[in-house]
Design a protein around this ligand. Structure first.
Ligand code: FUB
Length: 337
């Protein structure tokens, strides 16, 4: 596969969570549906119903679509919208974590299990107890402990969980108006350690703090830096990197910390905006180099809910900061050749 080109073209894919298992690369994306509906501020255009897992023998090899791994109809608690998933491997089993709306329209996170990284996966009958909101990402620490990070504003309902209970608020309000505003502290993603069974939390999820350079929580009005959705955690030189999308300003940014539960301090931008409203990523190390998996709307020419996943190399500076990626600068270079 070539860097910065769609990994597959026969289906629309988004929100890639990439992993390396036994020296192969596996990508767990959302499977976008090409309907003709309009966009709304509640994510109503993202009507996904199933998951297809992609794999590559190496980064130059063709990307394989391994077919349907899990469908909504086989998950008893789900009503609609199977959004961005992730996976974790433990003791030879693969655990697929996925968000979807339950029968009351509330986003929850479910889990499905397989003996194979590409499925098929068998879903647990109910969502994970105490789970809420969207975009689960599971990080396996060097000590064998697993942590789930998740949450997303607006359509992802994160601001509805501020009190620990789901509060619907007024659906006719401006999106996010029932969350913190202006100089109030921004919300962060939820994080919780997974229990040994990988199907429950060891503790009630807590909101992770993301601080600025002065040790103060990022403000809700700081839309260039505050958390919106799509968390990912990786470790580099002993430091935990929490990266995420800023949503309304369309950046991928990161913060670092010394504890997987935070707090994290904002450090900078990983990627400038891509074509399309959403931006969502994952980061892996493969054969000694680091790669960013992400999506844009190249194949659909900018239709927000018809996305395609890609990858590109990610580089660090000597001080551990990440070099900002300009997703289309390779096209400028081609033009000048
Ligand atoms: O794919 C649906 C939603 O769009 C994801 O859950 C968000 O992260 C955004 O990419």
């Amino acid at each position: 596969m070539k860097q910065r080109e769609p990994l597959v073209r026969h289906i629309f894919t988004a929100d890639p969570s990439a992993h390396v298992f036994d020296d192969k690369i596996y990508v767990y994306p959302s499977h976008d549906i090409a309907h003709g509906g309009e966009d709304d501020d509640d994510g109503g255009e993202y009507q996904m119903e199933d998951y297809h897992i992609l794999s590559m023998d190496n980064l130059e090899a063709d990307c394989v679509d391994n077919g349907e791994a899990l469908h909504m109809k086989d998950v008893p608690w789900v009503s609609k919208q199977m959004w961005a998933p992730d996976v974790a491997r433990k003791d030879g089993k693969y655990y697929l974590y996925f968000p979807a709306r339950d029968k009351e329209g509330i986003f929850r996170v479910g889990v499905a299990v397989s003996d194979s990284p590409v499925g098929p996966f068998k879903a647990e009958p109910d969502y994970i107890k105490d789970s809420m909101s969207i975009d689960p990402a599971v990080f396996e620490d060097d000590n064998g402990r697993y942590y789930m990070y998740n949450g997303g504003l607006w359509g992802g309902q994160l601001e509805k969980w501020q009190t620990g209970e789901f509060v619907m608020g007024d659906p006719d309000m401006i999106p996010g108006a029932d969350g913190p505003q202006g100089d109030e502290a921004a919300l962060g993603p939820f994080a919780a350690e997974l229990a040994d069974d990988m199907k429950s939390f060891k503790e009630t999820p807590k909101m992770v703090q993301i601080l600025d350079e002065n040790g103060e929580p990022l403000k809700a009005g700081d839309e260039d830096r505050r958390y919106f959705e799509g968390p990912w955690v990786h470790k580099y030189n002993g430091l935990y990197y929490l990266s995420y999308s800023t949503g309304t300003t369309h950046y991928l940014v990161y913060a670092t910390g010394t504890d997987p539960m935070g707090p994290f301090t904002y450090r900078g931008r990983i990627m400038e905006p891509v074509l399309g409203w959403t931006t969502h990523h994952s980061i892996i190390e493969y054969h000694g180099k680091w790669y960013l998996f992400y999506h844009d709307c190249e194949l659909s020419n900018g239709i927000n809910h018809r996305r395609n996943v890609k990858y590109t190399e990610l580089e660090y500076n000597a001080d551990g900061t990440i070099k900002t990626i300009f997703p289309y600068d390779h096209l400028d270079k081609q033009d000048t050749v």
